[in-house]
Design a binder for this molecule. Structure first.
Ligand SMILES: [Zn+2]
Length: 130
């Protein structure tokens, strides 16, 4: 393992449910409707601050996929998986994309003077929008 390099994102952020390490940006969401057996999962173009586990073939409701688990670099928790290869033609769009299932939605931005990050919970985000 090399040095841990944690990327800080800015904007509407999906972060680790357990340690709040930033994982993905709202704008990198591909689809919110991909349902995989257990409720709704969100597909992302790009995730950060994760380590990728062993690639394996997994049977999903949408067919066989070669997937690799994603682990948070902050706490090592399983946060989702990445589609390496989709065998069904209709599922090819998923290749190279990632699913996060254990995240917390926060709104974060840099404080200009200190460079520290302000984090808000999803409830607070709702209030800010309202
Ligand atoms: Zn974590």
């Amino acid at each position: 393992m090399g040095r841990l390099f944690v990327v800080n994102l800015e904007g509407k952020i999906y972060s680790c449910k357990y340690c709040k390490t930033h994982l993905a940006l709202c704008e990198d969401v591909v689809s919110k409707s991909s349902t995989v057996s257990m409720g709704k999962l969100i597909l992302f173009n790009k995730v950060v601050n994760v380590t990728i586990g062993e690639k394996e073939e997994r049977q999903m409701t949408t067919g066989m996929h070669a997937v690799a688990d994603l682990f948070c670099v902050g706490c090592g928790s399983l946060v989702g998986w990445k589609y390496e290869t989709a065998h069904e033609k209709s599922q090819k769009y998923k290749e190279g994309k990632s699913v996060l299932e254990r995240f917390k939605f926060t709104w974060s931005r840099w404080k200009p003077l200190t460079g520290s990050i302000m984090e808000h919970t999803s409830q607070e985000v709702m209030l800010m929008i309202a």
